[in-house]
Ligand binder design. Structure first.
Ligand code: OFO
Length: 171
């Protein structure tokens, strides 16, 4: 049985994962409508993965005798300056998510809930991958700058990454 503090921390995290999914969906839609089909495929997939992160938490809370709450969400962004802007926002968002996951882990330790602590280790590892991936993409975009030919190749690379597997976009 989950104690109330843990249940609240996990429900807060459910909301954060839902917000991540919405944010990346908005970015995917912008990229698609601006002709970056590879980047949009990558972001749609990333959005799906965040939904999966949310569902995993929902199941865990309910299986352990708590009640997962489906949150309302504020509208995500709709305008982005360019791809660099998108991936900078994505990296900032993932850094925020990492901090939040660390706080959940902190509550687990304080409450001596080692089962939830163990469950949360999957998210801790996932965040390392996601932050690294976002940083690498941003580095590439900085090299690309305003070179349209390079941007075309970048978009093609992201399409290949999206097609390759769930792992690159953080399965
Ligand atoms: Fe991108 O993070 Fe979920 O957890």
């Amino acid at each position: 049985m989950l104690n109330k503090k843990i249940e609240k921390a996990l429900n807060d995290q459910i909301k954060i994962e839902a917000e991540s999914s919405q944010a990346y969906l908005a970015m995917a839609s912008w990229a698609e409508s601006n002709g970056f089909s590879g980047t949009s495929a990558f972001l749609y997939k990333h959005s799906d993965e965040e939904r999966m992160h949310m569902l995993k938490l929902i199941k865990f809370v309910n299986d352990r005798g708590g009640q997962a709450i489906i949150p309302d969400l504020k509208a995500p962004g709709k305008e982005y300056k360019n791809l660099q802007n998108i991936f900078k926002l994505l990296l900032d968002h993932e850094t925020h998510v990492t901090n939040e996951i660390n706080s959940v882990v902190d509550v687990c330790l304080k409450e001596k809930d080692y089962t939830t602590h163990n469950f949360m280790q999957w998210y801790v590892a996932e965040q390392i991958e996601e932050e690294t991936l976002a940083r690498n993409i941003l580095d590439k975009l900085k090299l690309v700058g305003n070179d349209n030919g390079a941007l075309y190749l970048f978009d093609r690379d992201l399409s290949a990454m999206a097609a390759a597997s769930g792992t690159e976009a953080g399965e």
